[in-house]
Design a protein around this ligand. Structure first.
Ligand code: COI
Length: 352
């Protein structure tokens, strides 16, 4: 397998046209992208090329059957100008789980890691120092083969694009707890970062937006009682002084931030229980005051406090308390990611 990635250089970077103080999430992209094609039963020689539009047949299977999946990762610049990735091996393994579930060919780990680090090295200037700054990395794969027979494609494209990022949410976050629509079901693709998992959330999410709510928190499809995740992030509840988050399953994304927070919270001396919180329990705890905090956790969202939730016709407020666990966890996690704090778990990976 070739390990030398070819690089096609750009003539001039467009970085000077970018306002780094005003970066809506995921709208600005860097100069280069990583690209690798799958054909004749094998991934071909990967390359890094100028960021460009791609051309596909209208019959390409990705457009018809949604054979597509992705990852979300970030690179950070520390105070000494070193560049770091956070647990990239987790994303590498997870995209292969997603690919497998969608009957797509797994992507070689060495191509993934080498492609990612070569790309991040080339795009270093786009990673700014300072709180909240990062380069969001979006590895993804699509079925490119032309033809509308409903069967897995024989040709694919794996790409990585990069977007300088600040906060995912621009304001306060309040959520609707799902009682009608579902994100995933037993035996489905909920654990994968399948593109279609996200498309299926957009309509209920739009209904929530119309009510002034930013996200939907999904419940299990059969009873709508067990609280699962929020689609763009996993969710944590603090009831009294214990943190709760749902167990992973074939319905829930095994979030890298989620699993890191479980370990970090324990290290910080917080009690953590991985078990379902039910809707009835959440409402009872909101009413009796034992529900202290709700927050989302994800790569894009980092840790986002949820300041209220609606269920059916009732709305409940969950203002940020003094001594917020969410804010303490966020500070510790981002300090590890940006090399300001010890990394006892060995999560940081230096990009050289
Ligand atoms: C991420 O956190 O990277 C995600 O994949 C969420 C995304 C839908 C913005």
């Amino acid at each position: 397998m070739p390990t030398k990635i070819t690089i096609q250089k750009i003539e001039k970077s467009h970085i000077s046209e970018v306002d780094f103080n005003n970066l809506p999430f995921g709208e600005v992209f860097t100069d280069y992208m990583f690209e690798c094609d799958y054909k004749n039963g094998a991934w071909q020689v990967p390359k890094i090329v100028p960021y460009h539009n791609i051309s596909l047949a209208p019959s390409a299977k990705v457009f018809h059957y949604g054979q597509a999946c992705f990852e979300g990762m970030k690179a950070y610049r520390d105070n000494q100008d070193k560049i770091w990735l956070f647990r990239p091996d987790e994303n590498q393994k997870r995209i292969n789980k997603s690919l497998k579930r969608l009957a797509m060919p797994e992507f070689p780990a060495n191509y993934f890691m080498e492609g990612l680090t070569t790309l991040v090295n080339l795009e270093k200037d786009w990673i700014k120092q300072g709180e909240g700054n990062s380069l969001y990395l979006r590895p993804f794969a699509i079925a490119t083969e032309a033809g509308v027979s409903a069967s897995p494609a024989n040709e694919y494209k794996f790409m990585i694009i990069c977007s300088p990022a600040k906060a995912y949410f621009s304001g306060e976050v309040r959520v609707r707890i799902a009682d009608k629509y579902s994100r995933s079901a037993n035996g489905g693709t909920g654990f994968a970062k399948a593109a279609g998992n996200y498309a299926g959330q957009f309509y209920p999410q739009e209904l929530a937006h119309k009510e002034g709510l930013q996200q939907v928190i999904w419940t299990d499809a059969s009873t709508h009682q067990n609280i699962e995740e929020a689609g763009a992030m996993n969710v944590f509840f603090r009831i009294n002084d214990t943190l709760y988050t749902a167990p992973t399953s074939d319905r829930i994304l095994d979030g890298v931030t989620r699993k890191s927070l479980i370990d970090l919270a324990k290290l910080m001396g917080y009690k953590v229980e991985v078990r379902y919180v039910t809707v009835n329990e959440l409402i009872a705890c909101a009413k009796d005051g034992s529900l202290k905090e709700i927050f989302g956790a994800g790569t894009a969202a980092v840790i986002s406090p949820v300041l209220g939730f609606s269920y059916k016709d009732e709305a409940y407020e969950t203002p940020l308390p003094d001594n917020s666990y969410a804010l303490k966890l966020k500070k510790h996690l981002t300090d590890i990611q940006t090399n300001k704090a010890e990394d006892p778990f060995g999560w940081r990976v230096l990009v050289e």
